[in-house]
Design a protein around this ligand. Structure first.
Ligand code: SAH
Length: 369
């Protein structure tokens, strides 16, 4: 396709985003998308890369999502739930490594009860240190009572990807539990009311996702004014109904109805467009991306719009069991070694680790709230 976009254009219009997603020429992409996204990132959120220690607290899951290896019907997967002490020990490790935030993530696990999580959150908030750790929860769809309890216990942020803005596709790949259909966007809005900083995101290239869907995903991020936006490639898991889908490499050439490829390049395009559409958001360079390109994926994500990395602090004995998709990049990372390597990798691309909690940038300034 012809490339006629001026360099500093901010692609907020759906048709512009649609066209950017179809650009294939590497030097054009660099010039019209990746470089502007990198400049936009530097201008609005600076050169700091915020490090969030990820603790995968349980792989039990009540859901049957067609894409995810944690789905309840996957009986091949041994299940675990970390104890209070184990979670606190990982949080202390985050503190020792100088991280400002821990993210507690899990399958949708009713065994993680409201009071249990509230106790863990308030204990983490009380760990000794100059500034309390920010606590982000990513525990799936929960009722308002639990969400309020956790907020009162001190939880600062909640991550809940809406996975795709196409409601029909969402319900197909994320079947409802008895009791009614999911509405993740409504939960995100309610959590914002409760005072959480909210984060969401999508998978790129999940079977059935069209270019028009992906355009709508990106504009929805902006519409909902997300503080955090995580996007990563869909990676097929063999023990799921979508497991036979092979990663695609060639982007579709035209048409709203075409399947989006779950490719590395498409992921960079979406990261860059997300940065341009949501200049102040915190955007991670995800583990799924690092899984597609172990050598360079994390850095390239950071150079094309991202400003967050989420090092894995799950105890090694559990890590392989949090298998949302196979061969996760973090599987054999030892936290201390990974941290040293990460600091070197950041320095090599002219970036530095963030200080403090790394909250979303306040409007019209680069100072942190
Ligand atoms: N139970 C929580 C956390 C799920 S894991 C929740 O549902 O919000 C976090 C994210 O991993 C999911 O939101 C999904 O976007 C992503 N994920 C799950 N399976 C995946 C797969 N096969 N490939 C890529 N990403 C996947």
């Amino acid at each position: 396709m012809s490339v006629a976009f001026p360099m500093r254009m901010v692609p907020m219009e759906k048709m512009d985003i649609f066209c950017f997603l179809h650009v294939e020429d590497a030097s054009a992409l660099e010039r019209i998308l990746y470089t502007p996204a990198d400049q936009c990132r530097r201008h609005h959120v600076g050169d700091e890369v915020h490090l969030r220690g990820l603790i995968e607290v349980s792989n039990h899951c009540a859901r049957q999502c067609l894409y995810c290896g944690l789905r309840a019907p996957n009986t091949a997967l041994p299940r675990y739930r970390m104890t209070r002490e184990e979670i606190l020990s990982s949080a202390r490790q985050a503190r020792e490594l100088g991280y400002g935030t821990v993210v507690l993530q899990a399958g949708e696990d009713p065994g993680l009860t409201g009071p249990f999580v509230a106790d863990v959150v308030s204990t983490i908030k009380a760990l000794p240190g100059e500034v309390p750790l920010a606590v982000t929860l990513s525990l799936g769809e929960r009722n308002d009572e639990d969400l309020r309890l956790w907020r009162q216990a001190g939880a600062d942020r909640y991550l809940l990807r809406f996975e795709t803005s196409n409601a029909e596709l969402f319900h197909r790949i994320h079947p409802p539990l008895p009791g009614g259909p999911s509405d993740r966007i409504a939960q995100l809005r309610r959590m914002r009311e409760m005072g959480y900083e909210i984060g969401s995101g999508t998978m790129i290239g999940v079977p059935g996702q069209t270019y028009a869907d992906l355009v709508n995903d990106i504009t929805l991020f902006a519409e909902l004014e997300m503080e955090m936006i995580g996007v990563g490639p869909f990676l097929p898991h063999p023990h799921t109904p979508l497991g036979a889908t092979q990663p695609q490499t060639a982007p579709a050439r035209d048409g709203f109805e075409m399947q989006v490829p779950n490719s590395e390049e498409m992921t960079y395009k979406v990261i860059a467009l997300t940065r341009l559409a949501c200049p102040r958001a915190n955007i991670p360079s995800t583990t799924a991306l690092a899984t597609l390109n172990q050598a360079q994926g994390r850095e390239l994500g950071l150079q094309r719009g991202a400003n967050v990395v989420m090092p894995n602090l799950t105890p090694p004995c559990y890590r392989a069991m949090y298998e949302i998709y196979p061969a996760k990049a973090c599987l054999y990372e030892a936290p201390g070694q990974f941290h040293t390597d990460l600091l070197n990798r950041l320095a090599a691309i002219g970036r530095r680790p963030g200080q403090g909690q790394g909250s979303a940038a306040a409007p019209d300034t680069t100072t942190r709230r």
